[in-house]
Design a protein around this ligand. Sequence first.
Ligand code: C5P
Length: 227
Amino acid sequence: LSEPLLAGTKVLITAGGTREPLDPVRFLGNRSSGRQGVALAQAARDAGATVTLIATHLEVPAPHGVQLVHASSALELREAVFTHAPGNDVLIMNAAVADFRPATIENSKIKKRDEHSAPVIELVRNPDILADIVAARKDEPALPEFIVGFAAETGDEQGTVLEYGQAKLERKGCEMLVVNEVGASLTFGQETNAIHVLFADGSAAVESSGSKLEVARVVIEQISNAI
Ligand code: C5P
């Protein structure tokens, strides 16, 4: 009997989509269902890893046999990632993190003041959690040695999905980037996924498509080969 691929490995995974509060009842959100992140947690668990899953908003149940942590907004997720990352070997940043949040959170529900007017909502940038934790490794040896980012990309006249993915991998400074091509009906909230796995060490890209669990198994296998 061979050892499970990730026996003795500690893996931290973020999943789902963040919600950025506007007032006590409203938020800005995104269409991430959390299916891919949950599948990654299952695949890592099945590969023998000790898994911590930081769940933002999921439309599917979290798997059994993983330690579950909750976070809602990007700022809460950042806090949870920095709290739980030390001591893990691998971090997989799969969550769809809002790039912007409302500049202020109103204490009471934003009201319709009259028949016709509507509020203008000012947004501010959220921190890039992935880039921040990669940068923090310089001073903190307990942070994961192997960090994986996800990127939803579309190709255009200026470049292919893979070219954009390669540029993002270099910009973020992580060891691996899983790129999926998105469009109106692709990936977000869907059952299946088509990905390219890119490596910072120059290894050749690996392609996979299938159910989110099949794709997750390929990502986990690639991680186990690389660490
Ligand atoms: O730059 P982009 O949003 O495409 O990068 C996606 C990757 O970066 C994902 O791994 C996501 O979890 C992470 N991310 C982050 N903090 C943000 C935005 C994205 O960690 N504010």
